[in-house]
Design a protein around this ligand. Structure first.
Ligand SMILES: [Zn+2]
Length: 101
């Protein structure tokens, strides 16, 4: 869950994200360097022909909880696509993330 606060600017008020809390373990996802939030987001928007017509679902997860969810996806035969976007690579590489053997 994103925690927001209203911030008064010079000309207008805007909303700022001050924390992103894991919706599973309720811990902050702020990184150890206190610089960023490290989290995964599960989001779904359901349309007319689904059983959840007009519902939007959203869940923020810390890295630990995300790893548990990813392990569950692997356990039921699913695949999580992984892309390495680090500098110095030869460009984005997408590979299926199969469970460790
Ligand atoms: Zn968590």
């Amino acid at each position: 869950m994103k925690i927001t606060e209203k911030v008064e600017g010079k000309r207008k008020t805007f909303t700022e994200v001050v924390d992103v809390v894991c919706d599973i373990c309720k811990k902050s996802t702020r990184d150890q360097g206190d610089m960023n939030f490290e989290y995964a987001e599960l989001a779904a928007t359901w349309g007319f022909y689904s059983k959840k017509d007009c519902e939007q679902h959203n869940c923020h997860m810390c890295e630990t909880c995300y790893d548990k969810i990813r392990a569950y996806i692997h356990s039921i035969g699913g695949v999580v696509q992984t892309t390495d976007y680090s500098p110095g690579c030869h460009g984005p590489i997408s590979v299926p993330d199969y469970p460790d053997e």
